[in-house]
Design a protein around this ligand. Sequence first.
Ligand code: SF4
Ligand code: SF4
Length: 467
Amino acid sequence: MSEIKSDQDSSQLIATDLYQSRDKIYVRRIKGYFRNLRFFGGLFLFAAYFGILWLDWDGRQAVLFDLPKRQFHIFGVTFWPQDFILLSWALIISAFALFFITVFAGRIWCGYTCPQSVWTWIFLFIEEKTEGKRNARIKLDKQDVTLNKILRKAAKHLLWVLVALVTAITFVGYFTPIKQLLPDLANFTAHGWVIFWIAFFTLATYGNAGWLREQVCIYMCPYARFQSVMFDRDTLIVSYDNKRGEERGARKRGIPPAELGLGDCIDCDLCVQVCPTGIDIRDGLQYECIGCAACVDACDSVMEKMGYEKGLVRYTTENSLEGGKTHLLRPRLIGYFAALTIMIIAFSTVLISRVPIELDIIRDRGALHQITADNLIQNNYLLKIANMTEEPQTFSISVSGMEGLKFGSSQSIVVSGGDSATVPTILLLPKEMNTLPTNKIEFTIVSDSDNRLKTTEESRFFGPANF
Ligand code: SF4
Ligand code: SF4
């Protein structure tokens, strides 16, 4: 399918293909300051991703998302479905943190820490080790099929699949204890669903980092689409200094560019060759740019060789590029920072003061009240007690809000750690002490071993009116 456009200057019609096939990008590896930052940032994330699930806490995997039991264990704290609101807030805070970082420093999340980027850099590294440097890879792809080509390609794909498989097993290990998962896999006794998810994530990692690469960032990632609206004239972006670089052109070393009527850009194309999304930063800010600064390292190395000042391509702001001043403190950034700080304080307070027990009261739906043979008014309840701590707890049950109430059932219950129990509970009241048809009461449960584990829930006591 093609689209016809009118060129206003020449009044010519230009046909543009709307469904262009992807041109493979042969990314050139470059050393430099920002490459080191990416490397150590990626190494830290890798160590965290592959390492955390081997840590134990209170005899259990420190981070475990136990979906069958609907419990999330994170370093000794167990989150239950009742804590879903906390999880939602954690996600909202993460989103705000991302907005704040984007307003401040553009897409550094994408270039340095996004798993898609980190895994793509690893896959690129494997590609270079198996198929050679950029030019060798281009040559290899153009070659006819030879044994050398088959072996190199096979080695690359095998290593890609291995990395993808280890990534997938690790990911599934956050949902099924890894120390149980690995023997199960080795003995072919793993559950069918476990195998399915490992296969799914292996394929997803292999496909995304090996084949789709920059297309995930350009066409699939929603963040890439809306992040540009968060940019302002003081956001840190990777830019080419047009004034300094133009007129671009090749030249010999040692001749001052001004004598040739040229700027500092020697038009070597190195900044394009190292770009993982295949764009030319000299064309200005583009939504494909993930802010990885590979072009900064590339251009700095060229400037060094030419004896020019570094920074023709650099992190800067629109204001600074136009000779103005960069405003670090600006209303939007302050707004995000204030909102983020308030949310983090509120979230931490809720988290610290969270009591890891819960009480739900269900009244007997069959009858509002009964009269016993002893002329007592009886109300029946079901007390649902969730013990979200790791240890078993013995809870004492008490009631308040009405004079004369007595328990017709046990006032003590043991609930295992990370479990819940339902306790049928009976309240009795001498008939003559009842004054209203409905009375507000409060049930309280408190742990015998730790009186901070205490919670109260409101309910009602019904009886016939005595007036
Ligand atoms: S233009 Fe530069 S910063 Fe942007 S993606 Fe390409 S190499 Fe990375
Ligand atoms: S690397 Fe620098 S000198 Fe070379 S083309 Fe890019 S901007 Fe110009």
